[in-house]
Design a protein. Structure first.
Length: 147
């Protein structure tokens, strides 16, 4: 039996959510960076090189955010190349699976275009930042665009 296409389910749910009603985010000072804390602590203990790569990608992401660089696949791929120390980070070319194959994220001829469209919505100033951030996080999780 083929696993349900979790990407299709996410896209259906995504259209149903009342994103404008999301709460506003409380801004924290830059010295309260949970990701950096995680990388400097448990990640560095397990794998110092991985910690360095994650922190380098994190620095790129923060610089891009400060420049207000629009979120798109090319930007994400650049961060991923930094994490993997790779020369390429292409969009996936087949279905993706998680949880020992129980979850499937289908690939159609429109998947990359749909992902790009979803990422463009992160620039919608009419939606609360919390909604845009949550949606972008879930888009990356359910599309898994990178290998």
């Amino acid at each position: 039996m083929t696993a349900t296409d979790s990407l299709s389910v996410w896209l259906h749910v995504r259209r149903q959510v009342d994103w404008p009603c999301a709460p506003t985010l409380q801004r924290f000072p830059p010295n309260r960076d949970g990701f950096r804390f995680w990388c400097e602590g448990p990640v560095r203990l397990r794998d110092p090189l991985r910690a360095e790569r994650l922190l380098a990608a994190h620095a790129l992401a923060r610089e891009d955010a400060e420049r207000r660089t629009p979120l798109d696949f090319a930007l994400l791929a650049g961060w991923q190349r930094e994490v993997l120390a790779a020369t390429e980070a292409p969009f996936r070319v087949s279905d993706a699976y998680a949880k020992a194959g129980r979850e499937r994220y289908g690939l159609t001829p429109r998947t990359q275009a749909d992902f790009d469209s979803c990422l463009r919505e992160t620039n919608d100033p009419d939606l609360p930042l919390a909604a845009r951030a949550a949606r972008a996080y879930l888009d990356v999780a359910f599309f898994p665009p990178l290998h």
